[in-house]
Design a protein around this ligand. Structure first.
Ligand SMILES: Cc1cc2nc3c(=O)[nH]c(=O)nc-3n(C[C@H](O)[C@H](O)[C@H](O)COP(=O)(O)O)c2cc1C
Length: 313
């Protein structure tokens, strides 16, 4: 069983932080289908200090890692939200311009001295386990995941998630799982492998290649909450669940019930976007997605699913 600080996880499958995707309803959906730990998407320290948006974390989804991005105000932000978090995660990988301008995200792995200061302040400010999510370096000439990970471990970070690409790579090329293995060998805290697990059958190879303590899944989970369950089923020698239009509709209804109950927002386009992601990969998925994209209300979405679910073979 994986332990991050005092938090025990009974499943070492983790939903990645996914800005614009993992609202609390999606996190609950992934949790109910096998994710052992869910991350919020990154929240700017200034957002917390400015209280512009309430944190959408709810009791039912715990254990939860709340991810913060920032530098100068990140420790104060962490202390303000720690009651809602089981784990506080520091984003050290975001390559977006807006984040880099604030000298946060992957800027900090490029400047390990500044990273160390920011990280140690967060660790001192809270009574929760603090984790970090890194990229393997700034670019392919400055891969420093091992150096960065050792600094993090020395500053009492309790686990490190490694997205095995450089910041400059964005999402291009292939994740270099060898570096995850090198990090795993270099530190004595849990290492979470991340990058390019798109199908259930990608799970065992990343574990074999890296020895990671857990696997974090991002894009492979979007519209596919069953990826977690299927990884567990493969381990148990059970046949995997294949998503068809009926199952996609079932996931959509489940998502919708969480959204109605727990979301602090009521934004139709957000709901529709999840419906459109859920039909990805099913028979006639593109056509169904196009029909969903034209809907203007929830009943319209349901009608399309119902028509498809009853007409599927
Ligand atoms: C739409 C989207 C939003 C993301 N948002 C975040 C974020 O808020 N914080 C973060 O650390 N990483 C973020 N990431 C990176 C993912 O967490 C993950 O590291 C990356 O997608 C690689 O994993 P994957 O191959 O399983 O998708 C995001 C990725 C995508 C595609």
């Amino acid at each position: 069983m994986l332990k991050i600080g005092n938090i025990r996880l009974n499943k070492s499958l983790i939903l990645a932080p996914l800005h614009g995707v993992n609202c609390n309803a999606f996190r609950l959906l992934c949790k109910s289908h096998g994710a052992g730990l869910v991350y919020t998407s990154m929240i700017h320290d200034e957002t917390i200090l400015g209280k512009e948006k309430p944190l959408d974390v709810i009791e039912e989804e715990r254990p939860i890692a709340v991810q913060l991005v920032g530098k100068d105000n990140i420790a104060e932000a962490a202390s303000l939200i720690e009651d809602k978090a089981d784990i506080i995660d520091i984003n050290l990988g975001c390559p977006d311009k807006e984040v880099l301008t604030k000298k946060a995200g992957s800027f900090l792995i490029k400047h390990p001295d500044q990273m160390e200061k920011a990280v140690s302040k967060v660790v001192s400010a809270v009574n929760r386990p603090v984790t970090a999510k890194i990229r393997i370096g700034w670019d392919n000439k400055s891969i420093n995941a091992i150096e960065v990970s050792k600094i993090l471990e020395n500053n009492n970070i309790t686990a490190i998630a490694v997205h095995a690409r450089t910041a400059k790579q964005g999402y291009t090329g292939k994740a270099d799982w060898n570096i995850i293995r090198q990090v795993k060998r270099a530190v004595n805290i849990p290492v979470i492998g991340n990058g390019d697990v798109f199908r259930p059958k990608d799970y065992q190879p990343i574990i074999d290649k890296t020895d990671a303590d857990a696997v974090m899944i991002g894009r492979g989970s979007i519209g596919n909450p069953q990826i977690f369950e299927n990884i567990i089923r493969i381990k148990q020698d059970k046949p995997i669940i294949r998503k068809d239009s009926s199952l996609a509709y079932q996931y959509f209804r489940e998502f919708l019930s969480y959204y109605k109950k727990y979301s602090p927002r009521n934004i139709f386009s957000e709901i529709r976007q999840h419906a459109m992601w859920l039909v990805k990969g099913i028979k006639n998925g593109k056509e169904i997605k196009n029909s969903l994209s034209e809907c203007r209300d929830i009943n319209g979405l349901k009608e399309i699913f119902e028509k498809r679910a009853t007409s599927s073979p």
